[in-house]
Design a protein around this ligand. Sequence first.
Ligand code: PLP
Length: 412
Amino acid sequence: MIKVNENFSKLQESYLFSEIAKKVKQYETEHPDANVIRMGIGDVTRPICEASIKAMHSAVDDMGDSATFHGYGPEQGYRFLTECISRFDYAERGIQISSDEIFVSDGAKSDTGNIGDILSINNKVAVTDPVYPVYVDTNVMAGRAGEMTYEGKWSNIIYMPCTIENNFIPELPTSIPDVIYLCYPNNPTGTTLTKSQLKKWVDYALANKALILFDSAYEAYIQEDDVPHSIYEIEGAKKCAIEFRSFSKTAGFTGLRCGYTIVPKELTGYNENGEPVMLNKLWNRRQCTKFNGASYITQRAAEATYTDMGRKQIKETISYYMRNAKILRDGVEAIGLKAFGGINAPYVWVKTPEGLNSWEFFNKLLNECNIVGTPGVGFGPSGEGYFRLTAFGSYENTCEAVERMKKLNHKY
Ligand code: PLP
């Protein structure tokens, strides 16, 4: 008889986005003339840059000629791409990352989800709250999360609240975790840590032999100088951190699929006897066994983002989204609500008005302004009372959304 992985039955229904879709559909059915502006889901809308499009056309031609055809590539990614990553994303910031510490993949969701393969089920995991749900759900699937409690938390996961009260800066947990997920710039709050704030975490991880899983999928949105682009800007981080990056938000690759993970050779975990084991070796083995590399065409597209033209073009797109972020944040503040993020990230995190919880505010915005956002509680218990708006829409829709929100003005 087939036995299933019982951990899957513990997972909560993916309630958030399906519930949003259901409510929006119902609203649109009842109001067929409504022009609903969607600012909920974190997907980009601008096209892939010209440099990458050209590179892909040329890569397609390569595939059509036996002299330049590419079959299976290296599981870790083509050298032409890892060398660009090493040079432009790291060496230019004074960080030495060699090609064999870089693992190109089909995106950061897979990597942040799969990394648990190389870690013992007995590790105690800590997450910031609210959080990108993949970190939690993949630990539930692995059997590391324990049971769901009445508070909406997993019994074996340490939650580190990030709210107005601590200015969205997580406090060091009182019980010591083995694995800590940090995502900066943060999804969903759009907030960041400064170098000295991140250093506290690196020092803590080193002192406690803990591993930081650092997701910097939104690194390209950083505008301020004191915000680290990579955790390896902090001394000692190569001994305690794995970093995840993605071309999804950097270069609009959400539909193309390409990301990469850095596993420094200095980084070790420990076996049952307390002896150090190189995580780079384990991840390499995991990838070679379960992954056959990102496609050649996609990797050529990613390589092109590092050319002069590519860099200029992706920067323009990011500026476009960041202009939206500013319009959104200013607009939300202008109607008297508190807004966070949106300065180094494409997300604006709004405190819901007094007396309204996340879903009540969702309903209000949908009904009164025809705007769809994401209720903060969907990202974790500490997201209750907050609401996420994304800057990934068009400039015109963003301006229109802000105009519509003014209708709410007199009520606050
Ligand atoms: N990490 C974070 C924090 C995200 O918000 C997302 C996507 O929304 C991802 C990773 C997924 O990135 P990718 O498209 O590379 O899988």
